[in-house]
Ligand binder design. Sequence first.
Ligand code: HEM
Length: 191
Amino acid sequence: MLIGQLNLVPVMKGVVFTEFLDLVDQEFGEVTVDQIVEESDLPSHCVYTAVGTYDYSELDYLLSSLANKSGISKPALLMRYGEHLFGRFTTLYPAFLSDASDVFSFLERVETQIHVEVLKLYPDAELPTFESERLSPQCFKMTYRSQRPLQDLCEGLIRGAMKHFDEEFVISRQDQSSQNETQFVFTITRV
Ligand code: HEM
């Protein structure tokens, strides 16, 4: 990844933006989407295509704007968005879910299979990395590393997966981030 070496701004695939505006539309209404778009002064003018690539800072701006309007904090919105996005992934990419019978075996595959396939679809995607470990039959550890501080989106995606597999868990997380990288350890325990 070039970030760090060339000081590039992290970028994200358009699907992350189109689905975010979809969530705003569904949960906060079309008027809120229009207000956010009209008030924004972004390079993209909020015109996103799923395969396009846009600055991560635009997502941060859209989140701040929605937080101001809704009174809901940015971390809470990101987590909600993660759950919503996972639901959308199940519709957009059903094949990625067909092999897994439970949430742990699904989460293990995010790094080794799913994001690998995502990179084939979107070769310029900048994906986080995960390290997974089964601590016991009931307990799973997943370490998230990224150039972006998207740990709340990550937790939302994990919660979305738990909902999808209809399993009940408790999630705890530990911040091990440094100046250069976000690193969170999620511990997921079956209840
Ligand atoms: C069907 C399942 C999944 C698909 C199709 C998928 C696909 C994607 C795509 C397209 C992106 C955007 C990459 C970019 O902007 O360049 C992304 C980012 C991301 N994915 Fe996945 N993903 C899936 C499951 C998951 C799960 C279960 C997790 C959490 C454990 C996860 C964690 C993340 C995070 C946190 C990001 C944001 C980028 C970052 O943090 O650096 N994904 N994923």
